[in-house]
Design a protein around this ligand. Structure first.
Ligand code: ADP
Ligand code: MG
Length: 338
């Protein structure tokens, strides 16, 4: 009897050890922080082969930045396009098609032909200034007239492309495209203001803080509780300068006027399944303001949280959905977009 008991105990120990090893392998969490796309990328991945997934995520994001989207890196495709190259890869052609569609669907609030305007204002650089009216007019002239036809890009004289409004979201999509990443049980990848939330657990919910536009970088004013998605925020606090009178000029432009967008918002957070679309829509909605954003959001099956200059947090999330928005700073009041 004693011998049988000893064998059972030994078997139990072996099973326990196996469970601990399996748990360690299947739930291994790895994380990293690095610089890309002029911002900080942080990734935390949990699951089997999470280390491989992290390596791939990093490679994909750095590749995207250096070889495709960076406007300042001479080795990137967009740099070549802005320098006169007309034939582009399938990868860039398909992104440019999505950009043209967004330009049309947003009524021109979103336009990647604004590189000259971005450079003219220089917001976020030491050369930031308020240009004069004639310079602004010249910089936005023909900005909507760039074209993509198959793999051929056409840029009118003086127009250059700036993918700054979608690069971070596109990076999230690239991270999400690897098999080892998809196999991870739970992952969060934050590329500046775009955050990718992934889980293999059905109906898993994540909590995401929305930055307080009036607070410091680490201060939140609301918490979103949502499922797997990509969340992008555009705000007037990200890059700006103030003139002598204290007037703030930020980096999101209304391409129809050439001036920083002035639609009564301090930030817009957009939630949808595609990183590229959530990033582009956060920029577009910031330009459009709440009312004009609603049909655009609906078209892309996206939800949004707007923070207005008069301290309201307006959400498209309805009361009955399990996904919620909670205000955590009581200087703000919560409202629903009508
Ligand atoms: P961030 O880069 O801070 O995450 P956004 O995603 O809103 O913010 O992108 C802002 C950047 O997009 C600007 O720095 C500029 O390069 C570019 N941009 C500015 N206005 C527009 C616009 N109306 N449409 C498309 N791109 C824009
Ligand atoms: Mg954006």
């Amino acid at each position: 009897m004693k011998k049988k008991g000893a064998i059972l105990a030994a078997v139990a120990v072996v099973i326990l050890a196996a469970v601990i090893v399996c748990d360690f392998l299947f739930n291994k969490t790895v994380s990293d922080t690095f610089l890309a796309m002029n911002t900080t990328v942080s990734a935390e991945l949990t699951g089997l082969k999470s280390e491989d997934a992290l390596t791939q995520v990093k490679e994909k994001i750095l590749y995207l930045d250096e070889k495709l989207l960076s406007r300042t890196n001479e080795n990137s495709e967009i740099y070549s396009v802005n320098s006169g190259k007309t034939e582009v890869s399938n990868e860039l052609a398909s992104l440019l098609n999505v950009m043209k569609q967004l330009e049309k669907n947003s009524g021109g609030a979103f336009c990647i032909g604004v590189a000259q305007l971005t450079d003219l204002w220089g917001i976020g650089t030491e050369y930031a200034r308020v240009p004069d009216e004639a310079e602004i007019k010249a910089a936005i002239k023909n900005c909507y007239d760039w074209q993509i036809d198959g793999n051929t890009v056409y840029l009118p004289e003086g127009v250059k492309l700036d993918l700054g409004a979608v690069g971070k979201g596109e990076a999230c999509d690239h991270a999400n495209s690897t098999v080892s990443f998809k196999n991870c049980k739970e992952s969060v990848v934050a590329v500046g203001g775009s955050v990718l939330l992934h889980s293999t657990v059905p109906k898993a919910l994540f909590k995401v803080g929305i930055r307080d536009p009036l607070g410091e970088a680490n201060e939140y004013c609301a918490v979103l509780e949502i499922g797997e998605a990509c969340v992008s925020t555009s705000g007037n606090y990200e890059r700006f300068f103030e003139d002598e009178s204290g007037k703030r000029y930020h980096h999101i432009f209304d391409p129809s006027t050439g001036y920083p967008a002035d639609s009564g918002l301090m930030s817009v957070t957009v939630v949808t399944q595609s990183g590229t679309i959530s990033d582009a829509l956060s920029t577009a909605c910031f330009v459009l303001g709440i009312e004009k954003s609603l049909p655009l959001l609906e078209r892309y099956n996206a939800e949004a949280v707007f923070i207005t200059e008069d301290k309201q947090i307006i959400t498209t999330y309805g009361e009955l959905e399990n996904e919620t928005v909670t205000v955590t700073n009581d200087i703000y009041t919560l409202g629903e977009a009508k």
